[in-house]
Design a protein around this ligand. Structure first.
Ligand code: BYC
Length: 325
């Protein structure tokens, strides 16, 4: 899978090289693509950045579903711009992954073959216009909570991609909140739609941060390498603490009867999502998994002629005799 291999296996096992690498990470240095890195570090980054890129691309589907049905021309223009931003995020992230020696085609093929994942959240449907508000407010809100610390991640291209992505995500979050504000202050039917969207998106949004720390297989190593800057539970807690007052401002009720402010810890106590549902979604059994993958497969198949044309053009350019002076 990895076209650009790092040094020999012996070098990979070299304790001095590993210690020097860890010392660079501990000192807060950025690791750049052509520098020596342990194979595990490279593979973890390809997995995480690739999964992140796939999420941005698949994430266009539930929102793209509403572009033609947005209630006003202004809302349509805003949503169109947001969905285009998500495509851009996917492309920066595929580029960051490519610097690690894996091609975009290989990543897409791995996704379509079920060997790579995308965020669980995009396997839930967007049934009403209020869902578009909830996606911006909660899903982009959770994404920002996760991605702001990733601006300091140890791999240079990933951290730099995150800086631009986070700026755009904060607009996305605000546009979602603005839709929710309008709906929550609208007619009785609109308030009902807003509450219903919060009810359906609350727990799937909490799941975006990944399994609880005790079940997170990658966190310890990823944090030692500063690929991840926080644990899943730390970020989930921060998200709840930030979002509950926003729901109160909107006059909406978070669908958790056990939600309580805990003065001692300075945060909310809240109910865990249904982790059985989360792992089922990861296995492909969520409400929209089949539909999302079918859409990606169709886009991949429909685009084959473009890729073939570009490759043929590039081959022709390479083999063309150099023009005489
Ligand atoms: N969904 O050991 P763990 C967006 C998997 S897009 C699916 O804790 P890790 C947006 C995990 O991969 C934002 N799978 O893993 C776009 C692992 O399985 P594998 C997307 C999940 O990597 C459009 C297993 O569970 N953001 O904002 O240390 C429109 C064990 O987990 C999920 C990113 O991708 C999940 N939610 O931590 C609107 C952020 N959670 O791979 C908005 C970058 C866990 O061993 N990624 N798994 O088979 C990360 O920060 C980390 O990868 C995670 C998981 C926190 C997600």
């Amino acid at each position: 899978m990895y076209a650009q291999m790092v040094k020999s296996e012996a070098t990979q096992d070299d304790p001095e090289a590993l210690a020097a690498f860890q010392a660079r990470i501990d000192a807060g240095e950025k690791i750049e693509p052509k520098e020596w890195m342990p194979e595990g570090y490279r593979k973890t980054l390809i997995r995480q950045i690739g999964q992140h890129a796939h999420s941005e691309i698949v994430g266009q589907l539930p929102e793209g579903n509403w572009i033609t049905r947005a209630p006003t021309l202004e809302r349509k223009a805003i949503l169109l711009a947001k969905v285009q931003d998500e495509a851009g995020h996917g492309l920066y992230l595929y580029c960051a992954a490519e610097t690690l020696g894996v091609s975009r085609d290989e990543l897409t093929e791995a996704l379509l073959a079920g060997k790579m994942k995308y965020s669980s959240i995009f396997n839930y449907p967007t049934l009403t216009w209020a869902d578009i508000g909830a996606v911006g407010w909660l899903v982009d809100g959770a994404a920002i909570m996760n991605q702001v610390p990733l601006q300091r991640t140890s791999f240079g291209p990933y951290s730099r991609a995150m800086i631009r992505i986070c700026k755009e995500e904060s607009f996305h979050q605000r546009q979602g909140f603005d839709i929710m504000r309008k709906m929550a202050n609208g007619t009785k039917a609109q308030r009902h739609m807003a509450q219903d969207a919060l009810n359906r998106f609350w727990y799937p949004s909490l799941m975006m941060f990944g399994p609880s720390d005790k079940d997170s297989v990658h966190s310890a190593q990823s944090m030692a390498w500063k690929i991840k800057m926080n644990t899943n539970d730390e970020l989930r807690q921060k998200f709840v603490d930030q979002t509950v007052p926003q729901a109160e401002y909107l006059g909406l009720t978070v669908p958790d009867p056990d939600l309580r402010w805990n003065a001692e810890k300075g945060g909310y106590d809240f109910s865990e999502p249904d982790w059985t549902e989360f792992f089922e979604v990861l296995k492909g059994n969520g409400p929209c998994n089949a539909e999302r993958l079918a859409a990606r497969q169709k886009a991949w198949d429909d685009g084959a002629w473009v890729r073939d044309g570009l490759m043929a053009h590039a081959a022709k350019q390479r083999s063309a005799p150099i023009a005489a002076e």
